[in-house]
Design a protein around this ligand. Structure first.
Ligand SMILES: Cc1ncc(C[n+]2csc(CCOP(=O)(O)OP(=O)(O)O)c2C)c(N)n1
Ligand SMILES: [Mg+2]
Length: 562
């Protein structure tokens, strides 16, 4: 059986026949036709998450791991608006979400009906495309048009750019009636995989710039693991004149790459900036976490900057873009490497020596470092189980992780699309739900408390581990320049508090562990990673000294410079 509302029944049918499998539904009455159509579909796995904000991030976490379109469905009214944070994140990360919002019929909008707002195109500023399906679908033509619309919407979640696509579905009462499952043929087309190519002339022009540039810097932002690209990048880096910088979220783990950018860039003195400055900058991948490298490249502009991306080729993060290159990273390097000439100079050595020196200093500092966020990250990043999916919370967790060379292999993820602290726990829970591997989230205390509703979820899995670094507020505001020059640091920036996750964990029956020293951490971490009773996830809250943390981190960067 399915809903007698054909717009809902067809949405489920096309979604299923295109091979999509997951929908995250939030309770409501107006979305009853969507609940009936999707929850009763034999091949669709329908999941329930009550809080729409968390539901959308949970779906984002699933799609982040599967790279297949995940649907979300909610009732009308403010419920719809709660999807916005995750939709914005999915938009900037190009994660495939199909957003299905139930609505009142148009003649009831702004007429005083309950749960009724203007939903058409409500996510305009951060949506790939918005559609509205007609309420009544009667004729064959109307059915075909509806199937085409749904088909096109799902294809646009995947290509050419990919990301969230919204379909608003108005329903009139009665909304709970059912009909036999649809058994008529539904025709649809697969997404067209766009060809991202540039002409041979264009390649030759770029190769000339490459071969005539003495100092070449390659910066890789957020990226999913890509074996082909990793190998080609290794070949490109085998050149005295080429320096490659990456971050944990680049998922590269390559020996010839400098992976702790802040440790190196923070030591570059103004009088040596020109030596480190590239003539030619190549950028690949998505968002870059390091504020320091962004400032360095904006203040020391290269003569040429190529941004290689199939979609965001025009993104000018360093305000120096000369050549947008609309190609896939691997495809571009393949073409470039056929014609590049290597150079003998000391540019790579200059960066490598600085990187080696900072590694030495790093080890020296950590060897005598007091208990703090920095010391805790040192321990966690060498004890979280190998080959885990490591989800990094925004604010300091994703930044501390950049200060340590990878000693274990992880698949890193972080919501760097909009860098919000409002959905990291729900995202990690969604990722763990589908990836079937040990999945650890390292989040700040405010980030956890903000999204603690993520635990209000019947689909939490036993492979999920949540590590909370509780430094009693937004510790980042104690470190970045500015807040401490005002009299509002503690109250309005740090949001100082003495809350903990203990009773939240208890309320949602999630095993809870704590540590307030390295000794305690050494003892509790193995227990934390053991399988929990009833295959529950687990929380480990690590308390750290908030005022000391910032002092230690400032001393750390000062020490690297000595
Ligand atoms: C939705 C949202 N609101 C506000 C911010 C601004 N913000 C950035 S970091 C931060 C504090 C986060 O504190 P916590 O999670 O404890 O991390 P810590 O700074 O202690 O590492 C805030 C409020 C944001 N990034 N996202
Ligand atoms: Mg904090």
């Amino acid at each position: 059986m399915t809903s007698d509302k054909l717009n809902a029944a067809l949405a489920a049918e096309v979604f299923a026949r295109k091979g999509m499998r997951h929908i995250v539904i939030s309770p409501g009455s107006r979305n009853a036709p969507l609940i009936i159509a999707f929850a009763q579909h034999p091949v669709i796995q329908a999941l329930i998450v009550i809080d729409e904000r968390s539901a959308a991030f949970f779906a984002l976490g699933i799609a982040q791991q599967t790279r297949k379109t995940v649907a979300i469905a909610c009732t009308s009214g403010s419920a719809v608006l709660n999807y916005a944070p995750a939709i914005a994140e999915a938009y900037y990360q190009k994660i495939p979400l199909l957003v299905l919002t139930a609505d009142r019929p148009s003649h009831l909008i702004d007429q005083g009906d309950g749960q009724t707002i203007r939903q058409k195109n409500v996510f305009a500023n951060y949506i790939v495309k918005s559609y509205e399906l007609p309420e009544e679908i009667n004729s064959e033509e109307e059915k075909e048009a509806a199937v085409d619309l749904i088909n096109e919407a799902i294809n646009l979640t995947l290509t050419p750019a990919g990301g969230p696509v919204h379909i608003n579905l108005p329903f009139s009462e009665p909304i709970y009636n059912q009909i036999p499952a649809l058994n008529f043929p539904v025709k649809f087309s697969e997404p067209e995989i766009a060809k991202h190519e540039i002409s041979e002339n264009e390649i030759n022009r770029l190769v000339q710039t490459w071969n005539s540039s003495a100092k070449k810097l390659v910066l890789v932002g957020m990226m999913e693991p890509d074996e082909k690209f990793r190998n080609l990048l290794g070949q490109l880096a085998d050149d005295d004149a080429v320096v490659v910088l990456s971050e944990t979220t680049s998922n590269l783990n390559e020996c010839c790459i400098i992976s702790c950018i802040d440790r190196v860039v923070s030591t570059i003195e103004p009088d040596e900036a020109n030596d480190f400055k590239p003539d030619l900058l190549l950028t690949f991948g998505g968002h870059v976490v390091s504020k320091m490298v962004k400032a360095f490249l904006k203040n020391n502009k290269p003569s040429f900057h190529w941004n290689i991306d199939p979609v965001d080729f025009n993104m000018d993060t360093y305000q120096s873009l000369t050549d947008p290159v609309p190609m896939n990273p691997g495809g571009f390097l393949e073409k470039l490497l056929l014609k590049t000439e290597k150079k003998n100079n000391s540019y790579r050595d200059l960066w490598k020596e600085r990187a080696e020196r900072s590694e030495q200093k790093h080890q020296e500092f950590l060897a005598h470092c007091e208990y703090s966020d920095l010391k805790v990250f040192e321990y966690l990043l060498k004890t979280v189980p190998e080959n885990s999916n490591l989800q990094l919370g925004n604010s300091t967790p994703v930044r501390y992780s950049q200060l340590f060379r990878a000693v274990r292999k992880y698949h890193y993820n972080s919501n760097r699309g909009t860098s919000g602290i409002d959905g990291t726990v729900s995202t990690a829970a969604g990722a763990a739900f589908v990836n079937g591997i040990p999945t650890t989230l390292i989040t700040g205390d405010i980030g956890f408390l903000y999204d603690s509703n993520a635990l209000m979820n019947h689909h939490l899995t036993g492979n999920l581990r949540i590590i909370i670094i509780n430094n009693g507020g937004g510790g980042i505001f104690r470190f970045i320049p500015g807040p401490d020059t005002t009299s509002h640091l503690e109250k309005f920036f740090e949001g100082r508090h003495s809350w903990s996750a203990k009773y939240i964990a208890k309320n949602f029956d999630v095993p809870y562990y704590t540590a307030s020293s390295l000794e305690e951490l050494h003892i509790v971490l193995p227990q934390f990673y053991e399988n929990q009773k009833d295959e529950r996830p687990a929380i480990l809250e690590i308390f750290t000294p908030n005022e000391k943390n910032a002092v230690i981190l400032r001393n750390y960067f000062a020490f690297l410079k000595i």
